[in-house]
Design a protein around this ligand. Structure first.
Ligand code: ACM
Length: 384
C-alpha cells in the first residue's frame, strides 16, 4: 500500500526580534509554497506538515531550535535563517546530524556545505552588478556602513575590492553599528559622510535599524540624486518600515522585486494576498523561501523520501519556474542560478527595475571567475 504518512519539515525563521519583518515574510513564502503543494494533493498523496519555531533573531536560539527540530521533531530538512550569523550557527548542527538546510537569503559567499542549499544571491549575482552600476553612474568613492556581524564585514570587503578596480576610486569610510541601532547611532556617521562626501554609500545594515539609517540620511538633507545609498538588503519589507518617501531614489540589487511583471510573479502575488492579505510584503528573501520549497517537493517526489543520500541527487541540477524566472540549483556548489536586477525605490514603496539580466547568472560563491565586466554581457537595454 502506498505510504500516506505526512512529511514533517522544519521551518526556522525569526518572527520576533530585529530581523522579524523579513523573517515573517520568509515564513509566509514557505507556508504559501507548502499550501500550494498540499492543495495539489501533497507529495504523491503525502501532506507536508511544517514544524515551525521562532528563532527570535538570535543565532544561539537558531542552533538550539535546529537541534530540536532534528532530534525531537525528527525532521530531515530545515528551511530557514536570514542573518549569516544564524546560518553559521545552524551549519554545524546540520553537518553533525547529516541533515539539510535550505537557506533563502543573499549572503557574503565564501562558503560551501554538503548539507546546505543556498537559494539567495552570492556576491557575483548582486555585489558585482551593483558595483558596476553605482561606479558607472555615480563614481567610485564609496562609504561602507553595516550592522556589526559577519555578513556586513564580508560584503563590505567585497564591495570595497570591486570598487577599487575602478579609476579614481576610494574607500572613504567604513563604520559598523549594533543590530539594534537607532537614528541616534547613525547621526555621527551621517555627519562623517557629510564631511567625506562619497559618490555613494553602500549599506549592509539589516533589520529594523535599516529604517533608522535611511531616516537619519533624509533628516540630514542628503539627496539620493547625487549621493544615493546602494544596498543588497534594503527590500520592499524594510521600505514598508521606513516609509516610501524616505526610501525613494535609493538603489538595491536583487534577483527579485515585487514589481516584476511576469505571469509567474503576478499569479504568485495573487495567491499570497489571498492567503495572507495585504499585510504581507514580498521581497527577495520571501521569493527564495517560496521557490525552495517547490524545489524540495519536486526532488522528494523523485527520491521517494528526504534522507540526504536519496534526495540530494534530485535537488542538485533541479529547476523551477520561480517568480524571478527559471532558477536552477548548481550541482557543483549547491548555490542557485539567478537573475541579477537593480531597482531604484519609488514613491509607491516599490522598486522601478533599471537593469536586469536577460539570462540567469551562474553562482560563483568564491568569486573565482567574476569580473566587473560580467554584468555588461547580460544587461537589458533599460536605461536609468
Ligand atoms: C545576511 O546576513 N546574509 C543578510
Amino acid at each position: 500500500m502506498a505510504n500516506k504518512d505526512p512529511i514533517r519539515i522544519g521551518v526556522l525563521f525569526s518572527e520576533t526580534g530585529v530581523t522579524s519583518t523579513i523573517g515573517r515574510s520568509q515564513l509566509q513564502g514557505t507556508l504559501l509554497a507548502i499550501q500550494e503543494v498540499n492543495d495539489a494533493g501533497g507529495i504523491d498523496g503525502r501532506e507536508i506538515v511544517p514544524v515551525v519555531y521562532d528563532a527570535c533573531s538570535s543565532p544561539a536560539v537558531y542552533a538550539q531550535m535546529a537541534e530540536r527540530l532534528i532530534v525531537h521533531d525528527k525532521v530531515n530538512v530545515i528551511f530557514g535563517c536570514y542573518m549569516s550569523s544564524s546560518r553559521k550557527a545552524v551549519l554545524p548542527v546540520v553537518e553533525k546530524w547529516n541533515r539539510i538546510l535550505f537557506y533563502p537569503t543573499l549572503y557574503e559567499g565564501f562558503e560551501f556545505s554538503n548539507n546546505i542549499i543556498y537559494t539567495g544571491a552570492a556576491p557575483n549575482q548582486n555585489s558585482v552588478q551593483l558595483a558596476e552600476f553605482m561606479t558607472a553612474n555615480f563614481g567610485a568613492r564609496v562609504y561602507l556602513i553595516g550592522s556589526d556581524y559577519i555578513y556586513p564585514y564580508e560584503s563590505n570587503r567585497i564591495m570595497g575590492e570591486l570598487v577599487l578596480q575602478r579609476q579614481d576610486s576610494d574607500k572613504v569610510g567604513e563604520r559598523y553599528v549594533p543590530l539594534d541601532a537607532t537614528e541616534k547611532d547613525f547621526r555621527p556617521i551621517i555627519a562623517d559622510i557629510l564631511d567625506k562626501r562619497p559618490d555613494f554609500i553602500f549599506s549592509t545594515v539589516v533589520g529594523d535599524s535599516t529604517a533608522s539609517l535611511y531616516r537619519a540620511y533624509a533628516d540630514a538633507g542628503l539627496d539620493p540624486k547625487t549621493m544615493p545609498i546602494a544596498s543588497l538588503t534594503t527590500s520592499e519589507a524594510e521600505i514598508r518600515q521606513m516609509g516610501a518617501d524616505v526610501a525613494t531614489g535609493h538603489f538595491t540589487a536583487a534577483p527579485y522585486f515585487q514589481s516584476i511583471q511576469s505571469d509567474a510573479n503576478l499569479r504568485c502575488l495573487e495567491r499570497l494576498r489571498r492567503r495572507f492579505g495585504e499585510d504581507s510584503v514580498p521581497n527577495l528573501c520571501w521569493e527564495a523561501a517560496y521557490f525552495q520549497v517547490h524545489i524540495f517537493a519536486n526532488a522528494f517526489s523523485q527520491a521517494g523520501d528526504d534522507e540526504i543520500v536519496n534526495i540530494m541527487p534530485h535537488i542538485l541540477g533541479s529547476e523551477f519556474e520561480a517568480p524571478q524566472g527559471r532558477v536552477r540549483i548548481e550541482p557543483s556548489n549547491h548555490h542557485t542560478c539567478l537573475y541579477p536586477r537593480i531597482g531604484v525605490a519609488n514613491s509607491k514603496g516599490q522598486f522601478t527595475i533599471v537593469r536586469e539580466a536577460t539570462r540567469p547568472v551562474h553562482p560563483d560563491p568564491y568569486l573565482v571567475t567574476h569580473s566587473l565586466g560580467d554584468w555588461t554581457t547580460t544587461l537589458s537595454t533599460l536605461e536609468l
